[in-house]
Design a protein around this ligand. Structure first.
Ligand code: GLN
Length: 481
């Protein structure tokens, strides 16, 4: 049963070939048996899962079940779940049990999904390797000596190891797409504002966006359709008519114009990764698409701008963890200052402290114009590059990451090498555009991701394009286990 895709599970559940309780028990047993090798879950919610599965079976029996009813999922541990610890993989929130569900959890619960548990991640979603978790690193199911990517490494590894057919994740600078690329899964970061951020612990609010990681585009479309909603509780939530993202999957892509940015194939890109991406582009030509050379001239400024803006916003967002209201509190504080300093010093890991320092510095009175304002100006230029490109093309394609998964510990000593992992994904967040990563080949038996960037609100087309590719190729079916 664990080999079934979400679409296949839906058919099996609706035709009563198996029940949600059977499916849920099977996957819980698999997690129990196998996850010690991957560490992809922080919390497994067995009791909750079984009660949701029973409720789902009753809805199915009454014939009033929505599509995803009874399908097991997992949620990244940055997404609040009522009564279930939400740790952000940090000692700071090791004891935090939210009294409410995030809007996306509420939406998925409403659609009848079954929550198997909460997935591991980089602490507060800061990282690209899932090595900064308080609960230990996640291992890549393709090779357990390698990282699964981050920060949503637990969600990606759990899907790749067939422990769960789909999971939620968040992407501030690449954290859905980069781990999807490194684990041979399909991940989608929606347009900024498409999915409510309410109840998701904020990292960098102007960049954060949640989306699905699944085994293929069709499954991602099912999950995304249930996740989106207009939400009064998120002031940046877009008010759009509800879309069924599965509706256009079968449309022909003949005549599609694919922009291929010169800047994404330059120095730093692994030659074999480039070759797999070029093969994928040829496949799209066979499907009737046309390749168009484009330029995104400000690409090289994306990382420096992001590493001012994201830490600046993080330093403000993370000020709420002060040891007073919830989260970690130090023992026997001498006074208020000591309480703040020791609670934060003990609760936050090294990378998080590093970002808070950088962000506070960039926002401080004397440096605000030199760093933060300058980075915002660069952000506008990066967005302009995309706006101009989308006057000529329908989607943009290139590699998701510069190379396949690297070994655990390989980039730990060099933060800049780690930051460069997101060189192709970060600009998408700065511009607020939707982006996707789909499997497009293997290098030394490690997966390569093809990145598809769409125009604003064009998730339907991206999923259609990805699905058409997955109808004529089988890279997404290659399995780690
Ligand atoms: N790797 C990037 C960072 O560390 C992006 C992380 C993310 O998208 N959450 O900030």
């Amino acid at each position: 049963m664990h080999q079934l895709t979400i679409a296949e599970m839906i058919r099996g559940l609706q035709s009563k070939a198996f029940s949600s309780v059977e499916l849920t028990r099977h996957l819980l047993a698999r997690i129990q048996q196998l996850d010690s090798s991957y560490n992809s879950f922080i919390t497994v919610t067995e009791e909750l899962a079984l009660s949701q599965a029973e409720a789902a079976d009753q809805r199915i029996a009454k014939g009033e079940a929505p599509a995803l009813c009874g399908v097991p999922v997992a949620h990244k541990d940055i997404i609040c779940t009522n009564g279930v610890r939400t740790s952000c993989a940090s000692k700071m929130l090791d004891n935090f049990i939210p009294p409410y569900d995030a809007t996306i959890v509420e939406n998925l619960n409403g659609a009848g999904t079954v929550t198997l548990g909460k997935t591991n991640m980089d602490e507060f979603a800061m990282g690209s390797s899932n090595e900064s978790s308080y609960y230990g690193p996640v291992k890549n199911p393709w090779n357990t000596r390698c990282v699964p990517g981050g920060s949503s490494g637990g969600s990606a590894a759990a899907v790749a190891a067939l422990l769960v057919p789909g999971a939620t994740a968040t992407d501030t600078g690449g954290s859905i797409r980069q781990p999807a690329a490194l684990t041979n899964t399909t991940g989608l970061k929606p347009t900024y504002g498409r999915v409510s951020r309410w109840g998701i612990v904020a990292y960098a609010s102007s960049l954060d966006q949640a989306g699905p990681i699944a085994r293929n585009a069709e499954d991602a479309a099912y999950l995304l359709s249930a996740m989106v909603s207009h939400d009064q509780k998120d002031s940046t939530s877009l008010n759009r008519p509800h879309e069924d993202f599965t509706a256009g999957l079968s449309d022909s892509i003949a005549g599609l114009k694919i922009g291929v940015p010169k800047e994404y194939f330059g120095e730093g890109l692994n030659a074999e990764t480039a070759a797999r991406v070029q093969d994928a582009l040829k496949e799209f030509e066979k499907l009737g698409a046309e390749l168009v050379d484009i330029n995104l001239p400000h690409t090289e400024l994306a990382i420096p701008a992001y590493y001012v803006i994201a830490p600046a916003e993080a330093s403000a967002n993370l000020s709420r963890f002060d040891g007073v209201r919830y989260g970690h509190r130090c023992e026997n504080p001498k006074d208020l200052r000591d309480l703040y300093m020791r609670s934060r010093g003990e609760g936050f890991g090294e990378e998080v402290q590093h970002r808070i320092l950088v962000g506070s510095y960039a926002l401080s009175a004397g440096y605000y114009d030199a760093y933060y304002n300058k980075a915002q100006q660069v952000r506008r230029l990066i967005k302009q590059d995309f706006v101009q490109a989308f006057e000529k093309v329908d989607v943009i394609m290139g590699p998701t990451t510069p190379s396949p998964a690297f070994e655990l510990g390989a980039k730990g000593a060099d933060p800049v090498a780690m930051y460069l992992e997101d060189i192709y994904t970060i600009a998408t967040n700065l511009a607020g555009l939707p982006g996707m990563s789909i499997p497009c080949g293997l290098v030394n038996n490690l997966p390569v991701g093809l990145q598809i960037t769409g125009n604003y609100l064009d998730e339907s087309r991206m999923l259609n394009v990805a699905h058409q590719y997955q109808q004529v190729t089988d890279w997404h079916q290659a399995s780690a286990v």
